[in-house]
Unconditional design. Structure first.
Length: 363
């Protein structure tokens, strides 16, 4: 078998969820949209089934997959529904819904439901993506408050820059939120991972940790709590070929890298078709048998090349870790001009292998 695989440590996932909870008295949605950021939504949900207060996903397809896998905890649709025809399934599966636009209000009012829904009304407090404006918000709230289709009403908004401590923007969004929701009674949820980790004053009733559950830091600087996260995904493979090159030899497509010294090159069974970023530059860190080395040459579809010159003990068959414990995906992402979120979500082709000391979740 091709040695490329992603080892998913479900104990680390549980550790990270518990860390989020330990930072506040709030409840927390485990955000497992996009196949749990590439980690496997069903396995991750099962691993958190006894811990998580609720789950959050991006769409009804993701929610139904969880319900069909036996997940009974509340599941929030972070963007609600996309067309009215979903309301029947939302009713059937008892999904919690964000409402972010007037057309959703109208479709809800027209819906025939077996039971009223738990609604999270979204405020655009400054992200300017989705949600009601501060001027519209109280009116929509008052309208939904007295609607028979609504079982409970909660307040939700999203930060644009919570990963940057000093912009003032998060404080501004909190102030907009406070003004727009004044006098409206109901639970509040504002915090994504950087909010959970760095903005305790914004924790309120429900947290929404996503990326931190998977052990990647949302910050570009060391941060006390983020630094205690445990990477969940180890992206791994092996060296499948080795060659010795003299000075001045190009490696790979486009000859991006040319040897500046006699170089021992290791070829790794991992490429951009697996989700490893093609934009990773020369010098992107990798771990070979647990030791730091670096990418040299352009990443190709199924293979990439690393420098073995200073690792004489490593060679054919050596284990290569592209990210995971000992090499945070955020670091790799920075070398590829992207973020760990995208690296995880782009995972492709490689089989996932799950490890867990917790037997109930072994699936
Ligand atoms: C994805 C998402 C989150 C989780 O964000 P992270 O930065 O991964 O913690 C929280 N809230 C909403 C509305 C989201 O879409």
């Amino acid at each position: 078998m091709r040695p490329a695989h992603a080892l998913i440590d479900l104990d680390a996932l549980r550790h990270n969820y518990r860390l989020a909870k330990s930072l506040s008295d709030s409840r927390a949605f485990a955000v497992i949209k996009a196949n749990a950021y590439g980690h496997g939504a069903v396995e991750c949900a099962r691993a958190l089934a006894d811990d998580a207060d609720a789950f959050a996903v991006a769409c009804i397809e993701e929610a139904i997959e969880l319900r069909e896998a036996g997940i009974t905890r509340p599941i929030l649709l972070l963007e609600g529904w996309f067309e009215a025809s979903e309301l029947g399934l939302i009713d059937q599966h008892q999904l919690w819904c964000v409402i972010h636009a007037q057309w959703q209000v109208e479709e809800l009012l027209a819906a025939r439901l077996s039971a009223p829904l738990h609604i999270w009304l979204k405020l655009d407090s400054g992200m300017h993506r989705v949600g009601f404006s501060p001027e519209e918000y109280p009116g929509v709230w008052r309208q939904l408050e007295t609607t028979p289709q609504v079982a409970s009403l909660s307040k939700i908004s999203h930060f644009a820059r919570a990963d940057e401590p000093d912009t003032g923007r998060t404080e501004e969004q909190m102030a907009v939120f406070a003004r727009a929701t004044e006098g409206l009674e109901g639970p509040v949820s504002l915090c994504n991972s950087p909010g959970v980790l760095a903005w305790p004053q914004a924790h309120n009733d429900w947290l929404r940790p996503g990326i931190m559950l998977y052990g990647a830091t949302p910050f570009t600087f060391p941060q006390e709590h983020a630094d205690s996260l445990q990477p969940v995904m180890q992206l791994q493979s092996r060296i499948i070929a080795v060659r010795e090159l003299p000075v001045g030899e190009p490696i790979g497509y486009g000859s991006r890298f040319v040897t500046a010294r006699p170089t021992r090159v290791g070829v790794v069974a991992m490429g951009y078709a697996d989700g490893y970023p093609r934009h990773a530059g020369d010098g992107t860190p990798v771990l070979i048998d647990g030791q730091r080395s670096q990418l040299i040459g352009r990443v190709s579809m199924d293979m990439l090349t690393v420098d073995l010159t200073d690792l004489p003990g490593s060679g054919l068959g050596s284990e290569v870790r592209l990210w995971g414990k000992g090499l945070n995906a955020s670091k790799v992402a920075a070398h590829a001009g992207t973020i760990a979120y995208q690296l995880f979500c782009n995972l492709n082709r490689v089989p996932r292998r799950f490890t867990s000391s917790f037997s109930a979740s072994a699936t």
